[in-house]
Design a protein around this ligand. Structure first.
Ligand code: ASP
Ligand code: MG
Length: 467
């Protein structure tokens, strides 16, 4: 099989875990062609972002202190992980080159006194540049040939939308396929840095937080992989967050479209564009736990087997959002009202998570993250209050509860079961949405009602009986 194995940061953050990963890759590589994709070691990307913040505040010593922290942590891991002295020596020398470049970059950014989106991407790509060297050396140490490659080096070419870039897929396919197949023919395992690529001018670009998942599926589709495994510290997708529901069950199989919904709401955060590259080639993906290999994890495919098609597959929740009810008499029957509201919010850079409008058209309700609430309200007040909007009513600290499952489509009685179940807990619902795809039924409750609502729904749909 041709396999892409993507490791999240928590799977490679301790020396024994890196050794376990190397051993697993070594074993699998006996019968399979393997590409490894790595995230940064956990916390590194956050530290790099903090460096950029320190630079903005002209606090050079803080920035350098953080860079030293990153460098010490990686050196420590290198020392503890790698046993063979020649492998270790080579690793130290290539890591040193990266640290020199990182400090030089910080110098340069401090000198200019600015953090552009381009220099930011260059800076935050360092986490993966470092982690791939550790993991690849550990594979060498276990006795297999391997080389580390950044996204740029493997051939991922993107547009120049720094921080939120997308691969130019045809060029990328040609380049990635060539690089990877050349290495396969030399029995060398590529360890590729996720999260980043480079634009046509060679400037480093990133895909947004969590982007290594997207790198893995992009590479998988370029090399026509048979399977892609996302390895992290959770067993897979669950029927609910196990922190809320004790008897939450692992989902054995879900469809791409269900997984997309679950990725947005669920406990296991997956980059939203991860599934895009898989759709046309229908490459199966597994979500697995690198610490619990006995568990097969969750299989994500185009068409799951019929016996796994429950009406509702999982109940997810996202706390800490704000709800804005936008009212105004002149909104009724006025084309363009919604466009103006959403254009205003878009201009302020606000991501709207939920929308509903009642047929009387006298109000539009939206949900945004608590953190965006202030900005959202200010921009609506400045631009539209007293014009198309008469009044804004705001509720903070609300949670979105979502039921996900393609079996809901056309099934009668789902909504009554949902609202009947939570009525017993006296949970008040302040907004409801269901897309016409009927894949996701979502509603809004107070933060403090979240756990009760999730548990009642998990019970009502007998999700603990999921097999
Ligand atoms: N290291 C990046 C992040 O922390 C990308 C990833 O881990 O997927 O967001
Ligand atoms: Mg991630």
């Amino acid at each position: 099989m041709r396999l892409v194995l993507k490791y999240g940061g928590t799977s490679i953050s301790a020396s024994k875990d890196i050794q376990t990963v190397a051993k697993h890759v070594n074993t699998l590589s006996k019968d399979n062609e393997i590409v490894v994709v790595c995230s940064a070691i956990s916390g590194t990307t956050d530290d790099l972002i903090e460096i950029s913040e320190s630079i903005k505040k002209e606090n050079k010593s803080k920035a350098e202190q953080l860079a030293s922290k990153i460098s010490n942590r990686h050196k420590q891991l290198a020392k503890q992980t790698i046993k063979k002295s020649d492998v270790r020596k080579k690793l130290f020398s290539i890591l040193e080159e990266d640290f020199t470049e990182l400090f030089a970059l910080i110098d340069g950014m401090v000198l200019l006194g600015e953090v552009t989106s381009r220099s930011m991407d260059y800076l935050i790509s360092f986490g993966e540049r470092l982690s791939i060297k550790l993991v690849s050396a550990a594979i060498n140490d276990s006795g297999k040939k391997s080389i580390p490659l950044t996204g740029k080096e493997v051939g991922i070419v993107t547009d120049s939308n720094f921080g939120e870039s997308k691969p130019l897929i045809d060029t990328t396919r040609l380049r990635v396929l060539k690089t990877v197949e050349t290495l396969f023919s030399k029995k060398t395992i590529p360890v590729v840095g996720g999260f980043a690529g480079a634009d046509q001018h060679g400037h480093i670009t990133t895909f947004g937080r969590g982007g290594s998942d997207y790198s893995a599926t992009t590479i998988g589709s370029c090399i026509k992989a048979d399977e892609i495994w996302l390895m992290s510290d959770v067993d897979g997708l669950m029927t609910a967050d196990p922190k809320i529901v004790k008897n939450a069950k692992l989902l054995k199989e879900v469809s791409y479209i269900e997984a997309i919904e679950m990725a947005l709401f669920g406990a296991k955060q997956i980059h939203p564009r991860t599934f895009e590259p898989l759709l046309s080639k229908k490459i199966p993906m597994k979500i697995r736990n690198s610490f619990n290999l006995k568990n097969e994890g969750t299989l994500v495919t185009a068409s799951p087997s019929p016996d796994t098609k429950n009406t509702v597959k999982c109940v997810s929740s996202v706390k800490n959002n704000g709800l804005i009810d936008i009212r105004g008499g002149s909104m009724v029957g006025t084309p363009g009202t919604a466009a103006k509201i959403f254009a205003t919010l878009a201009k302020a850079g606000i991501n709207v998570m939920m929308i509903s409008q009642n047929p009387s058209e006298s109000s539009i309700t939206i949900v945004v993250k608590n953190a965006d609430l202030d900005k959202a309200v200010v921009s609506l007040e400045m631009e539209l209050l007293g014009k198309i909007i008469k009044k804004l009513e705001i509720t903070t600290d609300v949670a979105i509860i979502a039921l996900i499952g393609s079996g809901m489509r056309g099934t009668v009685g789902v909504a009554s079961k949902v609202f009947g179940a939570i009525e017993k807990d006296k949970v008040n619902v302040s907004m409801i949405t269901q897309g016409s795809s009927e894949l996701n039924l979502a509603f809004v409750v107070k933060n403090s009602d979240t756990n009760a609502a999730v548990r009642s729904l998990h019970d009502a749909f007998a999700l603990d009986k999921t097999n």
